[in-house]
Ligand binder design. Structure first.
Ligand SMILES: NC(=O)C1=CN([C@@H]2O[C@H](COP(=O)(O)OP(=O)(O)OC[C@H]3O[C@@H](n4cnc5c(N)ncnc54)[C@H](OP(=O)(O)O)[C@@H]3O)[C@@H](O)[C@H]2O)C=CC1
Ligand SMILES: Nc1nc(=O)c2c([nH]1)NC[C@@H]1CN(c3ccc(C(=O)N[C@@H](CCC(=O)O)C(=O)O)cc3)C=[N+]21
Length: 296
């Protein structure tokens, strides 16, 4: 079998177009412009691609973009003060603090200082709790993007067996919550899982969020399964720097029914969902109707 390649880039362009249309209406009819503030502390190579693409697409969607680039040795007090300012700023509807943060900063403390209503990453404990109990929340962008593509491909996910490889707070756990919310039978695998290959072969939906280049190979995929590759790994290939996922695309795409590529899969959807979340936060802040189909 040769898998259908799920075009995340095209899907994301569609989501962004819907966001942009709604933003244009907000500005015209209500004089309101959604604003997204991004805070970057120091330089992390894995974050660079994200930051580059994010700023441009925020402006393209008609939103205001505020970037705060801070030195790697910024103190916790100073960072908390900046977040306090952004929380109070009525032009800012979404706040994203790029992770990972330098080691001397307590990431939990920083994330939980963000106003939950402006937490467009969905990482604040309030949003995590709301999502876990099936209440209206800000939903983490990467898992939300994955869910949108899965729903578009399958319609209902009810009753499907889903395996999420990875249990991070930013991808694995919220992904599992969303799949459970759509009535999948969910397994979360991680570095201590016994016989990962056998666990993965049980999956109708296999989500890889491991951070290890091409570790999920074709022999770990159930024939016809849908494979979602969250991984973003920079590797040297033929002397050139390249981006590859956590899935070995060459072997997995021979077995899977559908698969997302890297680049051009989950990554663009993450940014599209960040814009969607910023728009949703703005609508909620102003008591205006939310766009439909852009959150769970
Ligand atoms: N496309 C996008 O928009 C985004 C992509 N990413 C990418 O997704 C990947 C995962 O990111 P993130 O969740 O933050 O990563 P983390 O490093 O926080 O988590 C990785 C998870 O994978 C598990 N793991 C590690 N090695 C193995 C193994 N050999 N077998 C099974 N499980 C293993 C770890 O298990 P344990 O808990 O036991 O250590 C951990 O739960 C990265 O490549 C990252 O760059 C991240 C965010 C957004
Ligand atoms: N607070 C926070 N929230 C995050 O969501 C977050 C973060 N910190 N830290 C870093 C990771 C990583 N991440 C990516 C998002 C999009 C692409 C992306 O656009 N990828 C393109 C790259 C295309 C290219 O330029 O080559 C693609 O896969 O096609 C990549 C990586 C979000 N993360």
């Amino acid at each position: 079998m040769t898998a259908v390649v799920i075009d995340g880039k095209a899907f994301a362009a569609g989501v962004r177009a819907r966001v942009a249309a709604h933003v244009a209406r907000l500005r015209e009819e209500h004089g309101v412009q959604p604003g997204l503030a991004v805070v970057l502390v120091g330089q992390d190579p894995a974050s660079e691609v994200y930051v580059r693409n994010k700023g441009v697409q925020t402006l393209e969607a008609g939103m205001a973009s505020y970037e705060h680039k801070l030195a790697a040795d910024t103190s916790e007090v100073d960072l908390l003060a900046l977040i306090g300012q952004l929380n109070a700023d009525r032009a800012v509807h979404g706040i994203l603090v790029q992770l990972p943060l330098p080691g001397h900063l307590n990431a939990d403390l920083i994330i939980n200082s963000i106003d939950p209503a402006k937490d467009v990453d969905g990482f604040h404990i309030s949003n995590v709790g709301l999502l876990g109990t099936g209440q209206k929340a800000m939903v983490p962008c990467t898992p939300l993007g994955c869910l949108m593509m899965l729903r578009a491909h399958h319609g209902s996910l009810a009753g499907m067996s889903a395996v999420v490889v990875g249990r991070s707070n930013i991808v694995g756990k919220p992904m599992a919550q969303l799949l459970l919310g759509d009535s999948c039978t969910v397994t979360i695998a991680h570095s201590r899982t016994r016989d990962l290959a056998a666990v993965c072969r049980g999956a109708d939906i296999l989500v890889a969020a491991v951070g290890r280049a091409e570790m999920i190979t074709g022999d770990m995929v159930k024939p016809g399964a849908t494979v979602i590759d969250v991984g973003i790994n920079r590797v040297a290939r033929d002397g050139k720097a390249r981006l590859v996922g956590d899935v070995d695309f060459a072997s997995a795409s021979k077995v899977a029914g559908a698969i997302t590529p890297v680049p051009g899969g989950v990554g663009p959807m993450t940014i599209a969902c960040l814009l969607a979340n910023t728009l949703t936060a703005c609508c909620r802040a102003h008591g205006l109707p939310e766009p439909e189909g852009l959150t769970v």
